[in-house]
Design a protein around this ligand. Structure first.
Ligand SMILES: [Zn+2]
Ligand SMILES: [Zn+2]
Length: 112
């Protein structure tokens, strides 16, 4: 029986415009959350990277811009409220549909 193979590793060049994301903004947003809640938990599902992964997960959460940067033509001044902090799974799910789900919508979809 012949084994089916899947070629991988071919280099694909993608041309794509990326907009600069302001890491300082996300850092500030994280600090604010830690000050407020004493820990960093996903705002959709409550996942805490440090709780699960120990020190390697400390201070880890992803910043999701609620205003799609791909839709902003001019550089705009993002505010701290434009960022929600979510775990990697929730972040992927937020981007799965267009228009993007909101954190509240995602939270309500979660099966307990
Ligand atoms: Zn999450
Ligand atoms: Zn995002």
């Amino acid at each position: 029986m012949e084994e089916e193979t899947f070629p991988e590793g071919k280099t694909v060049y993608r041309l794509h415009k990326t907009k600069e994301r302001n890491a300082r903004l996300i850092d500030k947003r994280k600090k604010q959350a830690i000050e407020r809640d004493g820990s960093l938990k996903c705002e959709a599902c409550g996942f805490d990277f440090e709780e699960t992964y120990g020190s390697v997960g400390k201070n880890y959460l992803e910043g999701h811009h609620i205003i799609p940067l791909s839709e902003t033509k001019e550089p705009y001044e993002a505010k701290i409220e434009d960022i929600v902090l979510v775990c990697s799974n929730c972040h992927r799910m937020l981007h799965r549909k267009r228009p993007w789900l909101t954190v509240d919508q995602l939270h309500n979809l979660l099966k307990k």
